[in-house]
Design a protein around this ligand. Sequence first.
Ligand code: NOJ
Length: 474
Amino acid sequence: MSEWWRDAVFYQVYVRSFADSDGDGVGDLPGITAKLDYLRELAVDAIWLTPFYPSPQADHGYDVADYVGVEPLFGTLDDFDELIASAHARDIRVVVDIVPNHSSSQHPWFTGPDRERRYVTVGGDDLPNNWPSNWGGPAWTYDDERGHWFLHLFAPEQPDLDWNRQLVRNDFREILRFWLDRGVDGFRIDVAHGLVKKASLENEPEPFPTNRFSSDWRTAIDQPEVHDVYRDWRRLIDEYDGDRVFVGEVVFSDQRRVAPYLRTDELHLAFNFSLVFQPWDADAIRESIGESLRELPIVTWVFENHDVTRIVTRFGGERQARAAALLLLALPGPAFMYQGQELGLEEVDLPDDVRQDPIFLRTEGQRKGRDGCRVPIPWTRELQANAWLPQPASWSEKSVAAQTGRDGSFLELYRAALSLRPSGSFAWRESQPGTLAFDRDELTCIVHFGDERMVDGEVVLASDADQTAVWVRR
Ligand code: NOJ
């Protein structure tokens, strides 16, 4: 069977905010099943579902209280089975999110008597070391009842599992099998580089930088032993038919630190976040693409996900975001798009009193957090009054209903680009300053960052009337 993931387009479904079938304001699994025809028409190859497991939702599902069930808010296991069957019937693969670095503090592993056999806990009165949580404050919380500190690189509701324990490794093997047996086509691995912590628990060098790549400077993670975990997982997944895939969330600004996770006996894919952190600038983007292609054995492309500011806002407008669509879908290898990216949704400037992201809550509003990219996507002109995060009134005209069939709409641009997506080898073209150009197959992708235009040949697709980005047939 072909390694379908090598040039697939993955569409990220943030389950809470995709499609709400029962009108409670929160998206759910039957809602996704009902929208599979939309996804098939868009022509994506696979969907990645964010966590839908039973969870107190302290981090909207990235705090899992039962790894082998479905959160009632989102549906039932039967709904999940139906979703998989309906997706497969439409040739859409389904990748689910696995969250192995931490569980919910409500997981029976943590609430039960066995906690110390599975989690990173330390006795004593003093903070075990200086490790900070990614979201403010120390990474340790003291449990008075148990008389120990427990580690949480994220919120205290997300205690870190101890991957130096065989018990934990065995548990996750069973969890992987549970979902593989139910037919999933692969896993997106949350915090894939973080599972194993340095056993000595020694201090991190201070001061702690405040940039986004907290994992760049943490010396306690990215331990050699984490690769044993993925070698083991790879052997396990290879027992299954159907070319199932692991996609690691491995977050380093230096792609040379991501590459080892992609060795042939480890993960198939890892997100390449380098484009997420570039400004809309020809040199910066060329450099980032070039570095990724040089340093990684297989490169994925990502502009948006549920953790970062939407590109309409980040790149300064719809014109840029439309051009980015043609860039994303012309680059060689797997591309990831995030729900609503195809509608040109902008980051929503939400009032503080509706924000729910633990980043916002834990930093007392100093960091606004990620709610602005998580507002439920609009399907109809009539917006959903009880959506769990309010949809701006302007989204009525950005809804799927409003954009479908509308000449020049964002959605129609994505549809056209997905149906014309080029393949074949990649080669840069000489281009003038402020312009990027490269060849794939018989198409050339040209992106103009400034006012100059260099278009030569038959334009197959243009991002806008000004030809900010074009695909040209040579
Ligand atoms: C990365 C996920 O993408 C993010 O949403 C989550 O908050 C953290 N990992 C912790 O699980």
